[in-house]
Design a protein around this ligand. Structure first.
Ligand code: C2E
Ligand code: MG
Ligand code: MG
Ligand code: MG
Length: 287
């Protein structure tokens, strides 16, 4: 009986593994096609100034419009794109696309772009960024590059060198998903980031009395002390916004304002923000 059970388990297990590997292989092929056939699109999510309520810019978030499956989340395809190195051409494409879009926006608006750790390895990231800036005409100080601590974990000397070169071009560097990794604090000492993005897990649990509020408070203090701006991600409710405002967060981002949306929607957001600030100028009031 034991043997039969063992074999049964084996038989049930193996096809599943095959299926997983086949699905992965299929996804990999589809990713290549997607890049060639322009199935990728950059969505934009507003970044808001807390004290004024003004639009500060947008974060570029990649979407895959799959011919059968519809919009596929980056959480599903970025890891495989990283494993297969396809993230290199894909990342370069996002840089070009988002800089070109942002160059047409009013000049005070920033564009934040996520970088994968893979883009830092034996690559020409600095040249790619320079190219995206020069072909689009975007001023370097309008570009914010977001990295997670996984970037700092790998070969940190080389990474630091690249970060310093990027900084020398005049672009801003943000630490994304702050507080979720193992050693975020030590990285703040290794590189002078321009902005810290507090991960949405802390924002989501702000009201539960289990320390998130205190952590946010501490990170804002840290940001002040180190001259780094602090942005909170994943703001969904007015209560969360009120708490973040009270704590002195500089910027916020989340569904409360807008989900990531296509470029045309970003332009509508810009139009509304422009009208709002014009009305304010006419009234002669600031903020
Ligand atoms: P991220 O950079 O931390 O981006 C923020 C994520 O939070 C986005 O998920 C955004 O849609 C989501 N988000 C924003 N506001 C809210 C909210 O109020 N509530 C909730 N529940 N979620 C919110 P998304 O677009 O699915 O992207 C996931 C991750 O994929 C990103 O996390 C980033 O790490 C990665 N990613 C996206 N685009 C790119 C890209 O162009 N290159 C690279 N390397 N990674 C990218
Ligand atoms: Mg990000
Ligand atoms: Mg994040
Ligand atoms: Mg993230």
């Amino acid at each position: 009986v034991a043997k039969a059970e063992g074999r049964g388990t084996w038989r049930a297990f193996k096809p599943e593994m095959d299926q997983q590997m086949q699905a992965r292989r299929r996804l990999e092929i589809e990713l290549h096609t997607a890049l060639a056939e322009r199935q990728f699109e950059v969505f934009y999510q507003p970044l808001m100034q807390v004290t004024t309520g003004d639009l500060a810019g947008f974060e570029a978030l990649l979407r895959w419009n799959h011919p059968e499956r519809g919009s596929v989340s980056p959480a599903e395809f970025i890891p495989l794109a990283e494993e297969t190195r396809l993230i290199k051409p894909l990342g370069a494409w996002v840089l070009e696309r988002a800089c070109r879009d942002a160059a047409k926006w009013p000049a005070h608006l920033k564009i934040a772009i996520n970088l994968s750790p893979v883009q830092f390895v034996k690559g020409n990231l600095v040249e790619e960024v320079e190219h995206a800036l020069s072909t689009s005409g975007l001023a370097p100080d309008r570009l914010e590059l977001e990295i997670t601590e996984s970037v700092m974990l790998q070969n940190s000397d080389e990474t630091l060198q690249v970060l310093n070169q990027l900084r020398a071009i005049g672009v801003q560097i943000s630490m994304d998903d702050f507080g979720t990794g193992y050693s975020s604090l030590s990285y703040l000492r290794k590189f002078p980031f321009d902005k810290i993005k507090i991960d949405q897990t802390f924002v989501r649990s702000l009201g539960d009395g289990k320390g998130s509020l205190e952590i946010v408070r501490a990170v804002v203090g840290l940001g002040r002390a180190l001259s780094m701006k602090v942005l909170a991600e994943g703001v969904e409710t007015a209560d969360q916004l009120a708490a973040l405002r009270a704590e002195g967060c500089d910027e916020v981002q989340g569904y409360l304002f807008s989900k990531p949306a296509p470029l045309a929607e970003a332009w509508r957001t810009i139009a509304i923000a422009t009208k709002r600030s014009e009305a304010r100028t006419l009234r002669g009031t600031s903020p």
